[in-house]
Structures are given as C-alpha cells and as structure tokens.
Design a protein around this ligand. Structure first.
Ligand code: CLF
Ligand code: SF4
Length: 470
C-alpha cells in the first residue's frame, strides 16, 4: 500500500483490519431523513438491544453532536474517527451533516471525518466533502443493473419527484457510479458497502465488485442482510433470509484479490460509540453528555497512537517468528479458529465474557481474519447461561478450535462434544501468532495419528440483536 494511503487508513477501524483492534469510532445521528427506500430497512424500529444500521435512540442537532464528540474523545482515547451514517442518509440532510463536520473539525481537529451515503446526491456534494477534508466516504451499492435494483428499491425521491420501478434504480445507479468516480479522482478513499441478499443480488455482487474496482473504490464491504420478521422490513416480512457464514465467506473469497475486501464490519447503529465489537452508546446519551467534561486533548490521542504503533510492530514480529517455525511442518491443512478478544489484538477474553468471537483462517501461508460472530454472553452476572451455549456452538460451528484466556469445565466439555477444541494455552498472546502456533500443533497431532483431520460444518450468522458486554 502506498505510504500516503497507509497514513490515511492506519488508524481508521473500518478501513484497516489491524486498526480495528485498537481504535474506536463513533457515529453522530444528525441525519434522520432518507431519499430512497431499501426493502431491507425500517428506520421506525428502535430497541436498545438492537444493533444495525438505521437504528438510533435519539437524534442530535449539529451542536449537540459536536459536544458529544468532545465528551467521547475525553473519555475514550482510542477514538479516531467520527462518522455520519444516518439514521437516514447523510446527504439527504446536507445542512445538518456539513454543519456537524464543520464544528467537529474546528473543535477536535485530530479526529478523522467519515461519511456514509446511498449515493443518490453524491455528485452534488463532492466539492463540499473535499472542502471539509472528509477523507473517507462509504457508498452503499447493491447493484449495477437496474433490473436487479428494482427488486431492492421500491422508490427514490430525486429532483422533487418520486420515481419507482426500473427508472428509480437506473437513476440511483448512475448517480452512485458518477459520485464514486468523482471522489476517486480526488483521492478520497471510497468504501463500497453491499448488502448480500440471497436470491436477489448475491451472484450479482461479483459484477458490482468488478465495476466499483474499475471506478477507483478502495475497499469492498459485503455484509449479510439482517432480516428478521419482527424488524418489519419488506424482505423480513416476505421471509427472505440473510446468508449463512459459509455463503458469506464464499462470496467474499470470490471478490477478494479483485479489490480489498472488508470482513470485520459490525453493521453499526447510527449512534454507535466505541470499538467496533462494542456499543457504548448508552453511556453517552444527551443527559449524561451534558454532565461530562468535553474537551479534545490532541496529546492524549497522539500518545495512544504511538503505543499502538509499537504494539503493531511487536505483533507482526510475533507472527513472523511463528510462521518461520511452521515452515518445518509441511501440510495443506486449512482451518478456522474462533478467538475471544477484548482489545490489542490478543487472546485476552474469558469464554463466558465474549459477546462475539473473531474468526481467523490459518494455513501454511499465514493467518487471515475472516469475520466475527456475535453471541449471547455465556456468563451473565457470574451465572452460566446453559441456554446460550448451543447458540454459541452454532455461531462458531465452522471452527476447529476456540482460543480463549480462560474457560470453565462445563462449556469446555460441550464444545469438545461438538468437535470444537477449547484452547487456553495461548492466553494473552497475539492472535495471529497464537493461531499459527495452534495450527502447527494441530498438524503435528494429525501427522502422528493422535487426531484425525475432519472438515467442519456451516455456522449461523446471528440476526441483528447485539447485547452489549456486561
Ligand atoms: Fe462509521 Fe462507516 Fe465511517 Fe466506519 S462504520 S461511517 S466507515 S466510521 Fe465500519 Fe460500522 Fe461497518 Fe460502517 S463497522 S457499519 S463499515
Ligand atoms: Fe434505510 Fe439507508 Fe436504505 Fe435509507 S439508504 S432506506 S436509511 S438502508
């Protein structure tokens, strides 16, 4: 990656997988209106235990948003980026969106600005985006063929007129492509979000991937549709299901290499706060923010970034050391391992405290992050929740092992029964180094006949609800 691009992404938790272990984002919900309708979205729904785009607990004015950013920056030194991602469309609310960015860049100049849009009005605002030094823009592009688009978008509202059917998708598509080309020409890093809707656009997304690459996109984020009937979306009510873990991975693998593929998206709420795997929005409601200190101390954030840089170097060195050892063990075995981690890219969480597991693919060529699986906490208030365990097992059923800091005897026995090996041996080590060391020991045990290598089954992606870690 060219050094000037790495400078832009190295502290952005969404644009760099390695950054997401260290840096936090926050969204300010200043953009309530939307100018299109997607069949997988219902913005009326709001539940404090629900985490998905479009959902928000309270809408903010630009001034309230700027104050909230200062309060969060004072409390969370990991904060590196503020995004506007709805709950409607950022560019359908241009005054509020750009006023908010102006205030933040004046009051917290070290924080990156990030914008997410459906792209309908993007060409109109490229100049404004550049003036405000917004370096990261996400466009949600679910199709490049209006024939496909008409099944996703029942209508759009454009130039004072409501458009429906294929014409609506044609206009949206043209605007998205034009906006992407304009941004790329000016060196703004564009991430494309595509919602994978099985039976509607899943195969088509390979063509989308090719088309956005040609137009200069930096990253492609293919996310599973969240679709439960109780969300009240058109697709949810029609009974359309999101993809399984294997289906999602197969599509991401097909697109990988053409363009960088993001696999660590958490499908955040429009008012999310914290590291990607956590949601601390409830700590920063308006009433609480008013009583908090609100100031931006650039030194604190700078010092934190220096610490992360050192950890990154240590982490890479540990991975290289383990890879060198793996070279002695020739094998084409490729396995997935689930990891319980809180932060810093280490195996450092108790099995029962994990609200998600990160999944890595380990092979003789190295370790690759392939996704995360949200789960219900197994340990709640010190009590084990036996009902949660089968769901955890279903969520990581494609993995051969789960690497944890600690695990109790009972879940350990159940995991073994399901064919998933619980492993405490790498507690507090860097994830990549731990995954390679585990693979080495696995391959050696297969070679010695101690265990037989068996392929694993599919795993379930949890639909929507995310319970904040206790
Ligand atoms: Fe927010 Fe999006 Fe910027 Fe990130 S989220 S506006 S690029 S700062 Fe990130 Fe959240 Fe996925 Fe978005 S994990 S939903 S990709
Ligand atoms: Fe919902 Fe976003 Fe689609 Fe608007 S663009 S309908 S907010 S998903």
């Amino acid at each position: 990656m060219p050094p000037e691009v790495w400078e832009k992404v190295k502290n952005h938790p969404c644009y760099s997988e390695s950054a997401h272990h260290h840096f936090a984002r926050m969204h300010v919900a200043v953009a309530p209106a939307c100018n299109i309708q997607c069949n997988y979205c219902n913005r009326k729904f709001d539940c404090s235990n629900e985490s998905r785009p479009g959902v928000v607990s309270e809408k903010l004015t630009p001034e309230q948003a700027a104050r909230k950013v200062l309060a969060v920056a004072a409390a969370i030194p990991q904060l590196s980026v503020v995004g506007i991602a709805g709950p409607g469309d950022a560019l359908a609310n241009p005054e509020k969106t750009f006023k908010t960015f102006e205030l933040i860049s004046q009051q917290a100049p070290g924080i990156k600005l990030c914008l997410s849009t459906n792209g309908l009005l993007l060409p109109d605002y490229v100049d404004r985006i550049r003036e405000l030094n917004v370096e990261h823009v996400t466009i949600t592009i679910n199709m490049i063929d209006p024939e496909v688009g008409q099944h996703i978008y029942p209508w759009i509202f454009y130039r004072n007129k409501r458009w429906t059917g294929i014409e609506a998708s044609r206009i949206l598509h043209e605007q998205q492509m034009k906006g992407l080309e304009m941004l790329a020409k000016h060196g703004i890093l564009c991430k494309i979000n595509s919602v994978m809707i099985p039976g509607v656009n899943d195969e088509h997304l390979v063509e989308v991937n090719r088309a956005v690459k040609e137009r200069g996109a930096f990253l492609h984020n293919i996310i599973p549709m969240i679709s439960a009937p109780e969300h009240g979306t058109v697709f949810g009510l029609q009974g359309l299901q999101g993809p399984s873990a294997q289906e999602l991975k197969a599509l991401q693998d097909k697109c990988d290499g053409q363009l960088n593929v993001m696999r660590h998206c958490r499908q955040c709420r429009a008012d999310a706060v914290g590291m990607l795997g956590e949601d601390r929005s409830a700590e920063f409601t308006s009433g609480k923010v008013d009583a908090m200190p609100a100031s931006f101390n650039a030194d604190v954030h700078q010092k934190y970034q220096e610490i992360v840089e050192r950890q990154r170097q240590e982490r890479i060195a540990a991975e290289m050391d383990e890879l060198a050892e793996l070279k002695d063990v020739a094998s084409d075995i490729r396995i997935l391992v689930a990891v319980a981690t809180k932060s810093d890219g280490k195996v450092n969480q108790h099995f029962g405290h994990a609200s998600e597991f990160q999944v890595y693919e380990a092979s003789s060529s190295g370790v690759k992050f392939i996704g995360h699986r949200r789960v219900d906490l197994y340990c709640k208030g010190g009590q084990d929740d036996e009902d949660a365990l089968p769901k955890v097992i279903r969520a990581i059923n494609d993995c051969h092992a789960v690497l944890v800091a600690k695990i109790g005897a009972c879940p350990s026995a159940e995991l073994k029964k399901a064919g998933i090996e619980p492993v405490e041996q790498y507690a507090f080590e860097f994830i990549e180094a731990a995954a390679i060391a585990y693979l080495k020991s696995y391959v050696e045990r297969v070679a010695s006949g101690e265990i037989a290598h068996q392929p694993r089954g599919d795993a379930q992606i949890r639909q929507g609800a995310y319970i904040s870690a206790a």
